[in-house]
Design a protein around this ligand. Structure first.
Ligand code: PEP
Length: 252
């Protein structure tokens, strides 16, 4: 298999430290039934220590939801990529549409964060959004191309093996209405083609590209069947441990 399927839960700002242990204890024994799927939980910073501790010795990988692009210094309140790596975090979401829309993150900031994550041994999950209504998605291939090109500036061929791209149309996030599988496939194909144009076909064939936006068990299988959709990034539905496992089973 060229690309391993992956399911990433983005808990956003929805869980408490006291809830972490139980969730991970519920999913970790069940993951053994699905050895072909990577399972990642991304949590807010205050949960990460508890998440890493609870996931020790299990197949669960822990990711952060955001980070800063400087390794250390006088940046009160920011999170250092070096500190994330030191804590045992393996992945980090960069440029989520909520970061872009509520906190004014630009493509340039996404690029700086991507390079900082790679420099610190973290694997970035770079979110590519498309801030238009669902009906007019796919008319905006140039938006997607532009974000991919800007995010990946300065990334080497070797480093491409450590990152993922996640296409998350803003209109589908948290709306309950996912993009249709054909339309999602079309956007993900644009992303993979852009990677091929920037690097080469081999890099494009190996990079994992995910879809995110109102994924749930009812629509995950059709999305995951698409040739360019290697996994899903899931918010609301993944807050429930049993539903997360159901999504893993659909990706297997
Ligand atoms: C997300 O925020 O990454 C996301 C995909 O959310 P939801 O699944 O709730 O749409």
């Amino acid at each position: 298999m060229l690309r391993r399927p992956i399911v990433i839960a983005n808990w956003k700002m929805n869980k408490l430290p006291s809830e972490v242990k139980r969730y991970i204890a519920e999913i970790s024994p069940k993951l053994a039934v699905y050895p072909h799927v990577d399972a990642v939980l991304a949590g807010q910073d205050v949960l990460l220590n508890a998440m890493v501790t609870a996931a020790k010795g299990t197949a669960v990988e822990i990711g952060a939801e955001n980070m800063y692009w400087q390794d250390k210094g006088a940046y009160t309140g920011e999170t250092s990529p070096a500190a994330l790596a030191d804590l045992g975090i393996s992945r980090v979401i960069i440029g989520h549409s909520e970061r872009r829309n509520y906190f004014r993150e630009t493509d340039e900031m996404v690029n700086l964060k991507t390079l900082a994550a790679l420099r610190n041994g973290l694997s970035p999950i770079i979110a590519i959004d498309e801030a238009v209504q669902l009906e007019s998605l796919n008319d905006h291939a140039h938006w997607i191309v532009n974000q991919v090109v800007e995010s990946l500036k300065g990334v080497t061929h070797e480093e491409m093996g450590r990152l993922m791209l996640a296409y998350e149309p803003t209109a589908a996030i948290g709306s309950g209405q996912a993009m249709g599988p054909d339309a999602a496939q079309k956007s993900l194909r644009v992303i993979r083609q852009t990677v091929a144009d920037m690097f080469d076909q081999d890099v494009a064939d190996h990079v994992r590209v995910l879809y995110g936006g109102s994924v749930k068990p009812a629509n995950a299988y059709e999305l995951l069947k698409q040739p360019d959709i290697d996994g899903v990034l899931v918010g609301d539905a993944a807050l429930d441990a049993a539903t997360f496992i159901e999504l893993i089973s659909l990706a297997e």
